[in-house]
Design a protein around this ligand. Structure first.
Ligand SMILES: Nc1ncnc2c1ncn2[C@@H]1O[C@H](COP(=O)(O)OP(=O)(O)OP(=O)(O)O)[C@@H](O)[C@H]1O
Length: 342
């Protein structure tokens, strides 16, 4: 397993990674999730051996990697833009690490990996003639081929368009499982992190602020900044009793929420139009915008100036009066004191 303890990486006076502890167990996929500039890539690069540590240790099992150079760490690397060798064909790229290790049976291993990433028969294709998605699959096959003990993936899908990214994230999740890979994946996209990872570590300003299974991080962010990063735009005081949360916008069943005084974080889909056009808090519809599979609304609540986001299945006419209900799928629960100091 990978064990990082007290790791600090400096760029001049900036601590890009600041006293970070993190582990990745054998066979586990850990996503490092956080906004741009929070230090995710720097942490990954330090684990790879590409950035020197100013403090702390990086171990694999019982071995301290401080003096182990990049190519002897036994880690596979995949970057955002694949970085394939343009003068080699697909097979030449995938076989690269196998040649370096002088492994035999290279053609069979290349074929096996191409099959795994859904590119069977692509051996002789030029890498300059691949689509972005195909190129990233080849980069992944190349990294997996020498059976690395740890796979380090830095925003592996972010150069791709959204639809392809979603599809490839699911494919990648599946093939990391099939390959039994141990992986550290850097991403700023929470959907991607939650699709890929067994565990998510949220980073902010060089530090890891929360680690947990995807569902727990999604439902119980540790503070408002993390909740905002995970899509919450509105925060309301609420009381949870017997698995029901009650706030100024109504009550909703949240069997997983802790009892007591909490803060609810509302994502846009936390408020939906009621099916019968009645009940729940009411307001005037200001805007209605089509998204891929739903409609995003902005509603000014009656008796206040507050404008809230909501969703509906079909478009509504701006100016209409609408009624809203709380949807548990769009809610996060924060400790009441978690808002302070952020
Ligand atoms: N080579 C470098 N020299 C100086 N500062 C750097 C260098 N690389 C990164 N930084 C700074 O270190 C901080 C962390 O950068 P890093 O690339 O690790 O963040 P990130 O979370 O991966 O962001 P992104 O998702 O945008 O890549 C940023 O403030 C960045 O400007």
């Amino acid at each position: 397993m990978l064990a990082v303890e007290g790791l600090t990486v400096h760029y001049g006076a900036l601590a890009a990674v600041d006293d970070v502890d993190v582990t990745v167990a054998d066979g586990e996929v850990l996503a490092l999730l956080g906004p741009s500039g929070c230090g995710k890539s720097t942490l990954l690069r330090a684990v790879a051996g590409l950035e020197p540590a100013a403090g702390g240790t990086i171990r694999w099992d019982d071995t301290d990697l401080a003096d182990v150079p990049v190519h002897r760490r036994g880690f596979g690397l995949v970057f955002q833009d694949g970085q394939l060798f343009p003068h080699r064909d697909v097979a030449g790229n995938v076989a690269f690490g196998l040649r370096m290790k002088r492994m035999t049976g290279r053609a069979e291993r290349v074929a096996e990996l191409l099959e795994l990433v859904g590119l069977a028969g692509y051996e002789r294709r030029k890498v300059t003639e691949l689509s972005g998605g195909e190129a990233q699959r080849v980069a992944l096959a190349r990294a997996l081929a020498p059976r690395p003990r740890l796979l380090l993936l830095d925003e592996p899908l972010s150069a791709l368009d959204r639809a392809l990214r979603e599809q490839l994230a699911m494919d990648l999740a599946g093939l990391l499982r099939v390959a039994g890979a141990t992986a550290l994946v850097v991403t700023h996209d929470h959907d991607e992190a939650f699709t890929l990872a067994d565990r998510v570590a949220v980073m902010r300003k060089g530090r890891i602020v929360q680690t947990g299974p995807p569902e727990e991080v999604w439902r119980r962010p540790e503070g408002e900044a993390t909740a905002r990063f995970l899509g919450c735009g509105l925060f309301l005081p609420a009381t949870v009793t017997d698995g029901t949360a009650t706030c100024e916008l109504g009550s909703v069943d949240l069997p997983w929420a802790p009892a007591g005084e909490v803060t609810l974080g509302l994502r846009p889909n936390a408020l939906r139009l009621t099916e019968n056009g009645e009940g729940g808090p009411a307001g005037k519809l200001l805007r209605s915008v089509h998204r891929r599979d739903h409609v995003r609304l902005q509603v000014r609540l009656d008796g206040s100036d507050q404008v809230v986001d909501a969703v509906a299945a079909i478009a509504e006419t701006p100016g209409d009066r609408v009624h809203l209900r709380l949807d548990p799928d769009g809610l996060a629960v924060l400790r009441r004191d978690a808002r302070q100091g952020e």
